[in-house]
Write a protein that binds this ligand. Structure first.
Ligand code: ZN
Ligand code: ZN
Length: 430
């Protein structure tokens, strides 16, 4: 059964702390660079116990690919890939023809389509299940990976020719079947090693397929259905349409299936990354549910990190611990983050820390007045007054509170506040 983060119940947990028996998401652990030989690798610690946490494995974070097949089909239905698919198909349809222009258009259309498909594969494999941007980098910068893929296809084509002449019809067909089966392994190798030589090395792609196991065969099965679908569709349906529309629809469907199969291959890399030795940093994991802006700012930003840590302690019911954490992290300095200030104030209030509340109350009240949080400002003022009758905020805040009190009909308190503020102003003048 999948484990979810104790503090973020909708997020799958990535780690488990055996000491305090809690499952945690990336936001709820501390990541430390291991340094030395392991530069760049991270050690994840439980902030409660200050001990390394156990990785729950990829299966706790993502579903196996066969459980999410419908979502692969929906993947290209996002604005960016959709625009690209329609645009490329329109270019192919408008510029089609037997001449040089038609040929160049075809090359350009498929060059860009494969470039984007490769970006899909790469980002999926790296743990980002959202669609890549439509920018220079994904569309037309650095065509080397596309060229390498074309080399793979050409190498296969070349070998098929040799096999047919050397082994005859039967041998040729067997070779085509083998090539179809191992093509995804070659592309996966190309992505993970970025080397064409390794990608077409039979020893390597055979070993890769064996390591993935029966999941590999299942993927090949889906990929070959996806590859065959456009041809089938073309033969039985869209060929009866006018030529331009035929080319448009055929290209559209073919690019659509290309994107899906590349997304699928990327996902297989992600799912089996440990078996095939591909490093994935799951701290950056992103799927349709994780928005880019909320992906991982928390862990990098110290203010957010502290806030998150305090939230955990509060959820654990450890109020004293939360207070201690805030005090040690801020080192007695004034708290500038409004949310943290509010947390600290509430914590002091519920733990009945009368000695500290007056002091922090001054700072917190100033902040509330600055943000025009009037009702809260009045509450804080009145509460601080009950724990310390001599509580005297800064002049500006006091005047504002006096005004707020009289506006809400609490004249007695308003009078006291006004008198205090006059006295305070008097002191300042002297
Ligand atoms: Zn722990
Ligand atoms: Zn969490």
């Amino acid at each position: 059964m999948k484990q979810y983060c104790k503090y973020h119940p909708t997020r799958p947990a990535h780690w488990h702390c055996d000491k305090c028996n809690t499952a945690r998401c990336p936001e709820c652990v501390e990541a430390r660079d291991m340094g030395g030989h392991h530069q760049g690798e991270k050690l994840h610690m439980c902030p409660n116990c200050n001990l390394p946490v156990q990785w729950l494995g990829v299966e706790n974070i993502i579903d196996p690919f066969w459980k999410r097949l419908p979502r692969f089909f929906l993947y290209p239905f996002c604005i960016r890939p959709l625009l690209l698919m329609l645009g490329l198909s329109a270019v192919a349809a408008l510029l089609q023809g037997p001449g040089i222009i038609g040929l160049l258009a075809l090359l350009a259309v498929w060059g860009v389509a494969f470039k984007y498909a490769y970006a899909i594969l790469k980002s999926t494999a790296g743990g980002n299940l959202t669609v890549p941007e439509l920018d220079a980098q994904t569309l037309y910068e650095n065509f080397a990976p596309v060229a390498k893929q074309v080399c793979i296809y050409m190498a296969i084509f070349f070998m098929v020719g040799i096999m047919f002449t050397k082994l005859g019809m039967a041998g040729g067909i067997v070779f085509i079947i083998l090539a179809t089966v191992f093509l995804p392994a070659m592309i996966i190798l190309l992505v993970t090693t970025e080397s064409l030589v390794q990608a077409i090395n039979p020893m390597l792609f055979f070993r890769l397929a064996v390591r993935i196991g029966w999941g590999y065969l299942l993927m090949v099965f889906f990929c070959s259905i996806l590859g065959g679908a456009p041809a089938l569709l073309s033969r039985h349906a869209i060929q009866y349409l006018p030529p331009m529309l035929h080319v448009f629809l055929f290209t559209l469907v073919k690019i659509y299936y290309t994107f899906i199969s590349y997304h699928l291959m990327g996902y297989v890399i992600l799912q089996y990354h440990q078996d095939i030795g591909y490093r994935v940093d799951f701290d950056d994991f992103m799927d349709e549910g994780t928005q880019a802006d909320q992906a991982m700012p928390a862990a990098n930003d110290p203010a957010n990190h502290l806030l998150n840590r305090v939230n955990q302690l509060i959820k654990d019911g450890n109020h004293e611990g939360a207070i201690a954490e805030i005090e040690s992290e801020t080192g007695g300095q004034k708290i500038v983050d409004p949310l943290l200030s509010a947390h600290y104030y509430t914590l002091l209030k519920i733990t009945g820390a009368k000695d500290k509340i007056g002091n922090h109350g001054l700072n917190h009240l100033d902040m509330l007045v600055r943000e025009n949080k009037n009702a809260q400002a009045v509450d804080v003022y009145l509460h601080c007054l009950t724990s310390d009758p001599e509580f005297t905020p800064n002049a500006g805040a006091l005047l504002k509170v006096a005004g707020l009190l009289s506006a809400t009909g609490r004249n007695k308190e308003a009078m006291t506040a006004s008198a205090k503020s006059l006295r305070k102003l008097d002191q300042i003048r002297r």
